[in-house]
Design a binder for this molecule. Structure first.
Ligand code: NAD
Length: 497
């Protein structure tokens, strides 16, 4: 089956291949009239043009979100917001083929994987729906003389600016919009310029579900032209950001003007520790998938592999076999296990890391190159790559690659493995592979990472918090803690006598 754009957007208000963006419940062009292309990473061909917005468009979207925040939406009851989120979840289920197809076309993810995300994404929406009716404050016994009653309320923080990357457009949009709606905030979402189509489709579903005008706005544009004005905007109360650590740092600086609150889900360089007693049959594919899923374009990609010396050579050889057996191709091909990288720029970046690995002395066990045979020549394809003989000091062992590349290194003692695993500015995730339950907990407690997976990887659930330590950011997504990012605590005092 060949997937086409029309199949993914049959219900979308389209004019040829140009798209509009969604502000205050209406489909609009950029004030400047400028547009920008979004490309199919499997073929390099243009999929559509979207508005290339700037500060003036961000102003309009933020003003709409502010009006909506102070309007009737503010009086919606938690139960009404809950029903709205449940309707959105139902619509996502009905239109999942369009949503997943749009993700695949725009950022290259294999269709089988986009489709498989349905339960997780609709589950997220239903989880936030459930939380909408759990917002509570406290009554607090105070010690003032006389009779005073004091209590707290948890109130929506206000207008949220959400800036997301391209590697999981549907899930990233829902992780921002879901808690905003559950808490009664309003939101301006700025998708990545590399994959803006699904968030626009989501805006359409929001309107169909009955989200009031201005509550959810989607503004397309580049990071510098649209993202930065949103991060700086004095009318935005909170920025929720997912993306690279460097951009996260500029968002913090931009937030200083009005001291807006910020939460950040940033990059990673996640270590995997494989002990000699691990079940190798199960561990090889789990480690492989941790590094190669989504072509390694996942913040949690397991990219530093520490293997106990006694099994190192066998493990690396088996991982190389696993990598070579993966089918690389267009995301829309049902046989594809590994799709293209999102853009020519990303391809160039990843190939630069492959070159640096070789020139700094690492040994290529599998892959190590761009794929250009047949149809692959037109797209951004890289072979799943295993490097061995890697030193901790090498560029490929230190920097986030965001491509299908894993670097293997032997270790001798657990203390050494922990020390080397933690020797990174990042702290997003880690993996431990062992049959010894005591060792598993011991390692999990000592690793500096927001999430540690044992004998598994990528397990995510809306009820379970996710977020980084160190330069992987702060704030949690998922779990009941997630709502704290969108709420402020207000204290009320009453004099009773
Ligand atoms: P990026 O930082 O380049 O871009 C992310 C978003 O920020 C895009 O929408 C972009 O337009 C915008 N942006 C860029 N510059 C900006 C600026 N100066 N001000 C405001 N907005 C700006 O990241 P990317 O290349 O799109 O995504 C890859 C990165 O995202 C990786 O580092 C990856 O680890 C990280 N990521 C983290 C998580 C997580 O949950 N921790 C999840 C996915 C991706």
């Amino acid at each position: 089956m060949t997937l086409t754009l029309d199949q993914t957007t049959s219900r979308f208000p389209i004019d040829g291949r140009s798209r509009q963006m969604f502000i205050d419940g209406a489909w609009v062009d950029a004030v400047s009239g400028q547009t920008m292309p979004t490309l199919d990473p499997a073929t390099g061909q243009e999929l559509a043009q979207v508005p290339r917005s700037g500060a003036a468009d961000v102003d309009l979207a933020v003003a709409a979100a502010r009006r909506a925040f102070t309007g009737p939406w503010r009086r919606w009851t938690p139960a009404q917001r809950q029903l709205l989120l449940l309707r959105i979840a139902d619509l996502f289920e009905t239109h999942w083929d369009e949503l997943s197809g749009s993700d695949t076309l725009d950022m290259g993810k294999p269709l089988s994987r986009s489709r498989a995300d349905k339960g997780r994404v609709t589950g997220m929406l239903r989880f936030y729906a459930g939380l909408a009716t759990t917002l509570d404050g406290k009554t607090i016994d105070n010690s003032l003389p006389g009779e005073y009653f004091s209590y707290t309320r948890r109130e929506p923080v206000g207008v949220v600016g959400a800036i997301i990357p391209w590697n999981a457009p549907t899930a990233a949009s829902v992780w921002k919009i879901g808690p905003a709606l559950a808490t009664g905030c309003t939101i301006v979402l700025k998708p990545s310029e590399e994959a803006p189509l699904t968030p626009l489709l989501i805006a359409d579903l929001m309107a169909e579900a009955g989200v009031p005008d201005g509550v959810v706005n989607v503004v397309t544009g580049t990071g510098v032209e649209a993202g930065a004005p949103l991060a700086e905007h004095p009318g935005v109360d909170k920025v929720v950001f997912t993306g690279s650590t460097a951009t996260g740092q500029s968002i913090i600086r931009a937030s200083a003007g009005n001291l807006k609150r910020v939460s950040l889900e940033l990059g990673g360089k996640s270590p995997l520790i494989v002990c000699a007693d691990a079940d190798l049959d199960a561990t090889v594919p789990t480690v492989g998938l941790s590094a190669f899923a989504n072509s390694g374009q996942i913040c949690i990609a397991g990219s530093r592999l520490l293997v106990e010396r006694s099994i190192h050579d066998e493990f690396v050889e088996r991982l190389g076999d696993y990598a070579r057996a993966l089918t690389v191709g267009a995301g829309s091909d049902p046989a594809t296990e590994i799709g293209p990288l999102v853009s020519a720029r990303q391809l160039e970046r990843v190939c630069g890391f492959l070159d640096s690995g070789r020139s700094e002395g690492a040994r290529v066990v599998a892959g190590g190159e761009r794929l250009t045979t047949g149809d692959l020549a037109a797209g951004n394809f890289v072979a799943p790559t295993v490097f061995a003989d890697v030193e901790d000091s090498m560029t490929i062992a230190r920097e986030e690659i965001f491509g299908p590349v894993i670097s293997a290194m032997p270790f001798d003692t657990l203390d050494e493995a922990v020390e080397r695993a933690n020797a990174t500015p990042y702290g997003l995730a880690a993996g431990v592979f062992t049959r010894d339950v005591g060792r598993a907990h011991h390692l999990a407690h000592r690793l500096d990472a927001g999430t540690v997976w044992v004998n598994t990887y990528h397990a995510l659930d809306p009820a379970v918090p996710f977020g980084g330590f160190k330069m992987s950011g702060y704030g949690k997504e998922g779990g009941v803690e997630h709502l704290d990012e969108y709420l402020g605590t207000k204290t009320v005092w009453l004099k009773l006598d």
